[in-house]
Design a protein around this ligand. Structure first.
Ligand code: B12
Ligand code: SF4
Ligand code: SF4
Length: 384
């Protein structure tokens, strides 16, 4: 594990060892709030621009009426420092932009982070809790005063990427992902919010990785939905990941052709990133892909009933889309496939008692039956 500061304190060195033992590739510490953490100031305008779409949890406020996620001390007033740990989840699975990726006409695409059958929240949270326990035990042994702490992976009121940047984990790329020169951006983040003074970890103030995007704009150009509205600024309400994972009910019709073959999440803006070309593959058994989730057959997903969905995806991130959301996404991918052999399967979906699934299936049949010149937009989503 690399050193983030020239003179790390003994407490920080302890945390580094504990994080390495728990299976993390990177760890650092950021203050709970600091005037130099300028991205925190982007949060309120970002919410008020409507970029969060229907993700109401991002808009929650504290008792004083402030957005909780504006900075971690808005939600957790005792917070003084945030330990950020990163775990590599890259695998040798192909990229969505490879020729064997989305161009195939009877298969869909599940994003890299969801290819494993295990829930990364549990994997990362379990490892974080081991670091937290080791730290608390160490503090008890050294006679420190009572410490409050809390571990989160995704679910806390914490802008994990901003804290990751100021913990020195990596820079925030133009695609808004945290990127490390060696690991690329295939990293899960987890945080331990603590009441420990930041100065106890850092003898030298903020450790910030240099921004290495330079003049590159590949991610912005490759995004099928133009969701990256400016470098580092994502209109999440246009993102394929939002549509296929977070959005319930109908997906706006004008967006459906741009979704291409994606049935859960999207990796295009990471797949095109030069920093991911040589990203190492994770050896963690809990993060290895299930071959059936790499480029899955659309028909086999479409035939899954609710009980089979629950059995198959219990403990997988895919459970978040719910059975209805996955079938809706599969219908869109079938509609974008250009493959009329999928029409019988779509006809079956169009008779679903779930109106969202049925309506998307009808749309898909209409698209497959419409003249191919109407399908030009598919080439954007598939990089053909
Ligand atoms: C909601 C959410 C989403 C939403 C919104 C994403 C987004 N970019 O905001 C959706 C569903 C679209 C999504 C998609 C994905 N997500 Co997500 N997501 C989250 C979650 C739960 C909250 C993020 C959040 O608060 N977003 C709101 C915005 C404001 O926050 P932000 O991007 O962190 O914003 C900072 C910058 O955008 C910047 N900014 C904002 N406005 C402006 C304006 C200007 C001018 C500038 C310069 C900067 C700037 O400052 C912001 C803070 O204010 C986090 C976990 C967490 N608790 O942080 C995971 C998280 C960010 N997601 C993650 C992942 C892996 C993904 C996907 C790759 C999954 C996939 N394959 O589909 C994609 C990547 C898409 C992308 N390019 O971001 C990882 C990222 C790991 C990494 N290396 O960066 C996280 C950290 C989860 C985790 N624990 O590992 N996600
Ligand atoms: S995840 Fe896909 S849709 Fe979202 S910003 Fe990246 S390329 Fe665009
Ligand atoms: S594709 Fe280029 S601009 Fe986008 S995040 Fe990667 S290096 Fe930065």
């Amino acid at each position: 594990m690399r050193e983030l500061r020239q003179v790390p304190t003994p407490l920080f060195q302890f945390v580094q060892r504990a994080a390495q033992n728990a299976g993390f590739e990177r760890v650092g510490v950021a203050p709970a709030n600091h005037p130099e953490m300028r991205e925190l100031q982007h949060f309120v305008p970002w919410i008020e621009a409507g970029y969060a779409g229907e993700m109401e949890y991002l808009k929650r406020r504290n008792d004083g009426g402030e957005y909780k996620r504006r900075s971690v001390d808005q939600a957790l007033p005792w917070a003084k420092s945030v330990i950020v740990a990163a775990m590599n989840y890259n695998s040798s699975a192909p990229k969505s932009i490879d020729s064997e990726g989305l161009c195939n006409t009877d298969r869909g695409w599940i994003s890299r982070y969801a290819m494993s059958p295990h829930d990364y929240h549990e994997t990362v949270l379990g490892a974080l809790r081991r670091v937290e326990s080791a730290l608390l035990e160490h503090l008890r042994e050294t006679g420190s005063a009572e410490v409050t702490s809390c571990c989160y992976v995704d679910t806390g009121p914490v802008l994990e990427r901003v804290y990751a940047k100021y913990a020195g984990i990596g820079w925030i790329g133009k695609n808004t992902c945290i990127i490390d020169e060696k690991l690329g951006s295939w990293m899960f983040l987890g945080v331990i919010v603590t009441s420990l003074d930041f100065a106890l970890f850092s003898g030298e103030g903020l450790a910030v990785a240099a921004d290495r995007c330079g003049s590159c704009t590949r991610c912005i150009e490759a995004c099928p939905t133009e969701a990256i509205v400016a470098p580092g600024e994502l209109n999440a309400s246009r993102c394929i990941s939002y549509f296929t994972i977070e959005k319930r009910g109908a997906i706006p019709e004008e967006m459906r052709p741009k979704i291409g073959g994606h049935v859960f999440g999207c990796d295009i803006c990471q797949d095109v990133c030069p920093w991911n070309r040589k990203a190492p593959v994770s050896a963690n058994p809990a993060l290895q892909p299930d071959p059936e989730l790499v480029h899955p057959q659309l028909s086999s997903l479409a035939r899954m009933d609710a009980a089979e969905f629950r059995r198959r995806f219990r403990g997988s991130p895919i459970s978040r889309s719910k059975h209805s959301g996955l079938l809706r996404n599969v219908a869109i991918a079938m509609g974008n496939s250009g493959n009329p052999e999928l029409i019988p399967e779509l006809k079956r979906l169009s008779e679903s008692g779930d109106e969202a699934v049925a309506e998307h299936a009808r749309w898909a049949i209409g698209r497959l039956l419409s003249p191919p010149e109407n399908h030009k937009d598919r080439s954007i989503a598939t990089n053909e």
